[in-house]
Ligand binder design. Structure first.
Ligand code: JHZ
Length: 406
């Protein structure tokens, strides 16, 4: 495996989560006895450019053609999209004449906001099922991956885009240089390409190991990102750190201005990464050690609660929950069931662990003693709407707070 950014061969593998099924390959009841495909889940660091990436790449068509994750299942994410769209609208002074393209547009949730703001829109998404859902909502969608070819096709038909977004998409792309070439073709000279993804500093510092899954090929820091844009006609002109998803970045990219140096926000995050010693092996070694400790802490808690005959269920069937549960080798005897707000996931079973997924209401009719919040990035939203259960004495286990019970 070569580094995705700099093509260097010297990759240092620092964390293995073993063989795992694809995190969004939820199973129908009739398929439970079929053998599931598993793939290695190992993380490496490029010693040259600092890029963190998976060792193996699962073909995209196995992961994204029929996709069950939708952002609209979480109120917090929709609120985030509302804020993102109006930030971009104000920044670029978008008008009715301008085109906004969302790459990885999913069910069209972000583009719907632009419609309300009166801007021309277009989605690009490889998932057949979700592109249909978006089209039904009136969101024009190109059902394909984003490449140079797709970009050229869009420019011919619609013209250049003043705003391009890719939220939680960039980290999923194998041929990232090809993707960036597509952006160079599609982006208007006075436009901006806005990328959002989980930030390497937060990922390492908080040991967010459950966010490692086959879809997430890259774990970006600003150092690697700057390297990626180095030989292109693009440059990063602004970056915001966000709390979303355990710590993410919002990166603003534009066509290069003459003689431009690194912008101050870019420089200060590179400095932060060096302060965290992300250019050495130490933090990655510590991360790998912590992964095992986190698993052992959870397994000890689980065993104590099971000894007391407590009933434990899970809140949310996020992709990250599957990495976590499979790494801990959890079964339906440990966690009885899962509830999730995504209609497409309800009635199915988790990959690997085969725990059944129900509508969120199940926790009111079949009340557990403890609920582990697998979608911990939305713990506030979930705790707020289940305040009555907490009052009744149900304990909420928080993986991101060292499995504290609230
Ligand atoms: P959520 C996905 O990861 C996949 P996941 C992807 N690869 C990616 O990068 C990230 O998103 C951003 C449910 N829920 O968003 C809905 C409730 O049931 O953390 C979701 O299934 N009730 C594109 O899957 C899950 O939790 C609720 O009240 O890790 C959250 O998934 C809320 C708030 C959520 O992403």
């Amino acid at each position: 495996m070569l580094c995705r950014i700099c093509k260097n061969k010297s990759l240092y593998e620092f964390c293995s989560l073993g063989l795992q099924p694809l995190a969004n390959s939820f199973i129908k009841k009739e398929d439970l006895s079929k053998k599931e495909k598993v793939f290695p889940l190992e993380l490496c660091l490029c010693k040259k450019c600092g890029m963190v990436q998976l060792n193996d790449v699962v073909p995209a068509k196995l992961m994204f053609r029929n996709y069950l994750y939708i952002p609209s299942a979480s109120k917090t994410r929709i609120e985030h999209f509302n804020e993102l769209a109006s930030t971009i609208k104000d920044l670029l002074a978008l008008t009715k004449k301008d085109l906004a393209v969302d790459i990885g547009s999913n069910d069209g949730s972000l583009l719907e906001v632009y419609v309300q703001l009166g801007i021309k829109i277009l989605g690009v998404d490889p998932s057949v099922n979700l592109a249909k859902v978006a089209e039904l909502k009136g969101i024009p969608t190109i059902n394909d991956y984003f490449t140079r070819k797709t970009a050229t096709k869009i420019v011919k038909k619609y013209g250049k885009a003043k705003a391009i977004t890719a939220t939680n998409v960039f980290a999923h792309v194998d041929n990232i240089h090809e993707f960036v070439k597509g952006i160079e073709i599609l982006l208007a000279d006075n436009g901006a390409f806005v990328i959002e993804f989980p930030y390497l500093v937060d990922f390492i510092e908080n040991c967010e190991f459950d966010t490692i899954y086959h879809e997430h090929l890259s774990y970006f820091g600003v150092r690697a990102l700057v390297k990626l844009f180095e030989k292109t006609s693009l440059e990063i002109f602004s970056i915001q750190r966000m709390k979303l998803d355990g710590g993410s970045l919002r990166v603003f990219v534009q066509k290069k201005k003459k003689n431009s140096k690194l912008y101050p926000e870019v420089e200060s995050l590179i400095k932060l990464e060096l302060e965290h010693k992300l250019d050495t092996l130490d933090p990655y070694k510590t991360f790998a050690k912590l992964v095992k400790e986190r698993r052992d802490t959870f397994l000890r808690l689980l065993s104590e609660l099971k000894k007391k005959k407590k009933k434990i269920v899970g809140y949310g069937a996020p992709a990250k929950g599957n990495t976590f549960l499979n790494y801990c080798r959890i079964t339906p005897k440990d966690i009885w069931y899962i509830v999730d707000s995504t209609p497409y996931k309800q009635g199915l079973f988790l990959p690997g662990t085969h725990i059944p997924i129900y509508h969120e209401n199940k926790i009111f009719s079949d009340v557990p003693d403890y609920i582990i919040i697998l979608a911990w990035n939305f713990a506030d939203e979930i705790m707020k709407k289940n305040v009555d259960l907490r009052k009744k004495g149900v304990g909420f286990i928080l993986p991101h707070e060292d499995f504290k019970i609230k």
